[in-house]
Design a binder for this molecule. Sequence first.
Ligand SMILES: [Zn+2]
Length: 315
Amino acid sequence: MPSFATEVKNELARYIPEESCCRNAELAALLRMGATITFGLRHTFGLNFTTENAAVARKTLQLLKLEGHGLRTEITVSRSRRLKKHNSYAVRVMPEPAVADLLEHLGFLHDESLNMESDRELLKKNCCRAAYLRGAFLGGGSVNRPEASYHLELVTGNYGFGNLLYTLMRRMMFPVGFTDRKEDYIVYLKEGDAVIDFLAMLRADKSVEAFEIARNLKEVREQVNRLVNCETANLQKTVDAAGRQVADIRRLAAREGGLEALPKKLRETAEARLARPDASIVELGELLGVSKSGMNHRLRKLHAMALAAEGEKHS
Ligand SMILES: [Zn+2]
């Protein structure tokens, strides 16, 4: 079974934004997540984008064809020799002078250096901000299955880009966190509602639906567990109390004269408890036609007498 993150990516990879501005923004974030710049002859640039998700590779190629008019591209698969390890897909844009135009268009080139810190031009419109974050998720995102703890993250090796994503999401009012792990910077969401809002904004409609159904089931299950735990705790309390009462009564029975020496009400209470060690106080009271508070009173009295008897034995 593919991971939930893969399911979400497969769904998002099929969604191609209608507006060119959004396609540009999405492509820019995708490339910042997964691409390196290559260099050709005569100061020409190329691109090398790698991903483990076939659908993401296909979408990147599609966006490059739509936005990088007429550039030469190729896609290659490297099959992993080890079992269980994923294939790797590489989308290449061959170095040629026209690539510089695309890079400039995407905001990569900035005063002849590579810009990872700012995408002001690309992020002017709401539609583009959502598309940008979709690109970031496709290129370096992950999300837990809703049955597990709620967690969505965007992982990048570049601090400037991580900070940009963090600031962008914070401005969009997401309860977002920012941390680092080994060589990576991680922008993350930890609340179920925030994960749903984020995925809905990226247009992962089917995944959002699946997430909500799973979340509801999880909440019902947790509620049932809480009730069961509560009942178990109450039952345990009853059992513990009954155990202490039986011990009291045994102590009194061991005295000279035994239970016969007790006043009638206490004797019938003691005998009823010995006969029904599993009964609650209410059930025991019903057996004798005595109220709960009446039973409690009698049992407290037996306890006091047992304590006194214990004291006598030791004096
Ligand atoms: Zn747009």
